[in-house]
Design a protein around this ligand. Sequence first.
Ligand code: GRG
Length: 332
Amino acid sequence: MAFPSEIVARPTSVKAAVKRHRKTITPEADFKRRLDQVARSTEILLDRLLASSAAPGEVARPQRLLKAMRYSGLGGGKRIRPFLVVATSELFAVPRRQALMVAAALECIHCYSLVHDDLPAMDNDGVRRGRPTTHVAFDEATAILAGDGLLTFAFDVVSRPQVHPDAKVRIELVSALARASGVGGMAGGQMLDLAAEGRFSTEVKHNADDVKLIQTMKTGALLKFACVSGAILGGADQNSQTALERYGAAIGEAFQVADDLLDVEGDSATVGKATGKDAAAHKATFVSLWGVDGARARLNRLVEEAEGVIAVFGKDSNLLKAAAQFIASRQN
Ligand code: GRG
């Protein structure tokens, strides 16, 4: 696949104008502009990657499956994970095109998890990103396969030479992404979450440590990978890598606390999915443990922690500080 030049090439005059403009805008506005830009670039890249023609080694791409994968992966979402990959890669001057390939792969995993999470056997949701969920728009079997297709496609994308010329770096990314997504990460966290709902036993108790473990795995692992991937791509030293791991862990938890608060306080039209479901399903959440005020206080502490650890990057950390604020105050 030829890399779409419109998502990386910017003429020098535009770069200079952007630099001048950046000096005059707030970190929050700069963050929103950059998030938009990464979302657009991710969309263009995923559109190209999920084209109808088969890649070398593939036999054919069945139209219905591809359509369901495109429905699930394109045309929605905040693209916060791709943003984090690109922003952390910038700290180490990683070329944008490399970071975007990792961003696209990670977004495929995220979208697969949403498709499977919405299935009748899991959360049984009819609306996602303000549209019918994949199994509603297509059918259950197609949605399962679309999730499977996106999951495996992510590893196809992240192992491509365009990600990094050094195969060792690509293997490190493949391994980190697999561990964040699988039995010891997101899929494992989903299993623990279902168990905590009482799906497999009526004797269910959970304390703060259980809830934290579930969320660290279910939601936090992918967000942490997003932050660490910039360090892997950039061959960062151990201190930088550790700072990004700690930042990723703090915003990962903050993301989930914010999600739990949105489920209680948000309205479904703005959030883009049904709300009030956690309490109805007796889910183990930060709000069920600490109440709304306790969860909000924890959220503020997590943002402070994220801002503190990322400060080692000096003024280059402003964008990531704004990202932590956004994650805590998001409305959808
Ligand atoms: C089914 C293996 C499997 C895992 C599902 C992540 C997950 C595990 C389920 C998603 C359910 C959920 C709503 C979790 C809360 C946090 C979360 C991941 C919210 C959605 O992420 P956003 O807000 O979504 O980044 P967009 O639509 O912006 O991409």
